[in-house]
Design a protein around this ligand. Structure first.
Ligand code: ADQ
Length: 472
């Protein structure tokens, strides 16, 4: 069996349970193959005197049978590659937010420099039949940079965030370079059929790709395969967390504290893609138009701090704080706060208890690659008395989770009506919907995702991909 090499911006130590489902699933395959996980160390370190960023050492440590290899970044590289291009250009544009993109010409050079640095450092650690799996938008040009150094290994890529329609993508200066980069992989995976279709439309319209069938394309003088591989959660692991002492304690405590109320829950990174202000406006609309919800419905919103050094993020923080404050000011009573807003990350072990104590989950992003909170909420429910998922039609998860109440988060009134429906939903209907949702998340769990991607990548014939490798 070939060794698996995973490359991602940040790596997780698979020995730590806080790492979450994705890390657990990848760690399992990495463990089975004695694999390697490569990425940024998370540290910013300036080169020693006389050295350059390119001389950065690779830190290697062994975690069981998995090797973890990381490199530090300089402040200039972190600013251009991570804050600048990845999170100031690619993140907003891929979430359809051209208005928030900062197309500063300096960023792309830093993005490319770090991808080249990673490629050079990784190449030295590779063995001939390693299978390489690169993750996410920070590392789109990785395969092309590896190919340029002579690497002939099989390389796959998975995009965790959405891919926008061709005309939005084409607004990025250098979009053709980016897509050429994607086409240097043997297999490119997307979260949803919609994202996959955007890719196909782009390469047909902009690069005259020839359809070879079965997701394979002849483009830029080589063959690339693409498909949708919706990511899932580790359902069993999450059920285990739900029944573990910390999960149960959280459930009991929350249930007792809110015994007179129906709880609604939102758990997100504080990001403008998650639709938090729109969610608060829908909740306010509910309180305005359904007085019976006063004193009986409480929304707990956990929003973890995220990318606080990017300015669009501090704007969203202030908007959310002000909306929560005004809802509580206008509707609150001495013994009832309609919104409990917490700007923090909640310990992973406690999340399932909170989900299980909630009657309704509000997962209403304006755009999301998948959204795993939706799946975690389903997994944590008591099948005999389950809660209801209100889900944005613009989350990748909406393609799979058809039995949720699907909403358009831009439509305040309809979202408020769906929340009202969710709060009122009779037990029978809640059970039927939950049962169907549970079947889906069990069938398409994170192990299915990992296995189906790697199986396809293993079968993508490397010689067919054609050399000479595409040079960017
Ligand atoms: P994210 O945008 O981070 O990930 P999401 O899938 O919602 O989004 O959450 C990932 C994990 O973070 C979940 O396990 C969730 O429980 C946890 N989390 C989120 N907010 C939290 C909080 N406040 N406290 C504690 N834990 C929290 C990107 C894409 C998604 C895609 C994932 C995986 O943007 O669309 O689903 O990658 O591919």
């Amino acid at each position: 069996m070939s060794r698996l090499v995973v490359v991602s911006n940040r790596i997780a130590d698979p020995r730590k349970t806080a790492a979450g489902g994705l890390a657990v699933a990848l760690a399992e395959v990495l463990n089975n193959t004695g694999g390697l996980w490569f990425g940024w160390s998370g540290k910013i370190v300036e080169p020693a005197e006389g050295a350059t960023a390119a001389d950065a050492p690779v830190h290697v440590q062994q975690a069981g049978s998995v090797k973890l290899a990381t490199v530090d970044l300089t402040q200039a590289d972190y600013d251009a590659y991570y804050l600048g291009y990845s999170n100031g250009v690619l993140w907003p544009v891929f979430h359809y937010r051209l208005d928030l993109a900062d197309f500063d010409a300096g960023y792309i050079a830093g993005y490319r420099r770090v991808n080249q640095l990673f490629a050079r450092k990784l190449l030295a650690l590779l063995e001939p039949d390693d299978i390489i799996w690169v993750h996410d938008y920070h590392l789109i040009p990785m395969a092309a940079e590896l190919r340029a150094l002579g690497c002939t290994n099989r390389i796959g890529f998975f995009l965790h965030i959405p891919l926008p329609p061709p005309l939005i993508l084409a607004a990025i200066p250098g979009h053709d370079w980016l897509v050429k980069g994607l086409c240097s992989y043997d297999l490119v995976g997307f979260q949803s059929n919609a994202d996959h279709e955007h890719f196909c439309r782009y390469i047909q319209a902009e690069a005259h790709a020839q359809d070879l069938g079965d997701g394979r394309w002849r483009v830029f003088n080589r063959t690339v395969q693409a498909g949708a591989f919706p990511i899932g959660i580790d359902v069993e692991e999450f059920e285990g967390l739900t029944n573990a002492p910390e999960g149960r304690e959280m459930y009991e405590k929350t249930k007792a504290e809110y015994s007179r109320r129906k709880l609604l829950v939102g758990v997100d990174r504080l990001d403008y893609s998650k639709g938090l202000p729109q969610r608060m406006r829908a909740f306010r609309h509910l309180l305005q138009n359904h007085p019976e919800t006063h004193n009986s419905a409480t929304l707990i919103q956990i929003a973890s701090p995220s990318r606080e050094d990017v300015s669009a993020y501090s704007d969203i923080l202030h908007e959310l704080e002000s909306l929560c404050g005004s809802i509580n000011g206008n509707f609150g009573e001495l013994d009832w706060m309609p919104v409990r807003y917490m700007h923090r990350t909640m310990a992973r072990a406690r999340l399932p208890g909170l989900y299980r104590a909630s009657r309704v989950a509000l997962v209403t992003p304006l755009r999301d690659g998948m959204n795993l909170v939706a799946k975690e909420f389903i997994a944590a429910q008591d099948a005999a008395d389950p809660g209801v998922l209100v889900l944005s039609r613009f989350a990748g998860a909406a393609e799979q989770l058809k039995e949720a109440l699907l909403v358009n988060p831009y439509d305040t009134e309809n979202t408020a009506n769906a929340i009202h429906l969710a709060l009122q939903m009779p037990l029978d209907e809640r059970r039927v919907r939950h049962d169907a949702l549970m079947k889906t998340i069990r069938r398409y769990d994170v192990h299915w995702w990992c296995d189906s991607f790697l199986d396809k990548l293993g079968k993508a014939s490397a010689e067919e991909s054609g050399t000479p490798w595409l040079r960017l």
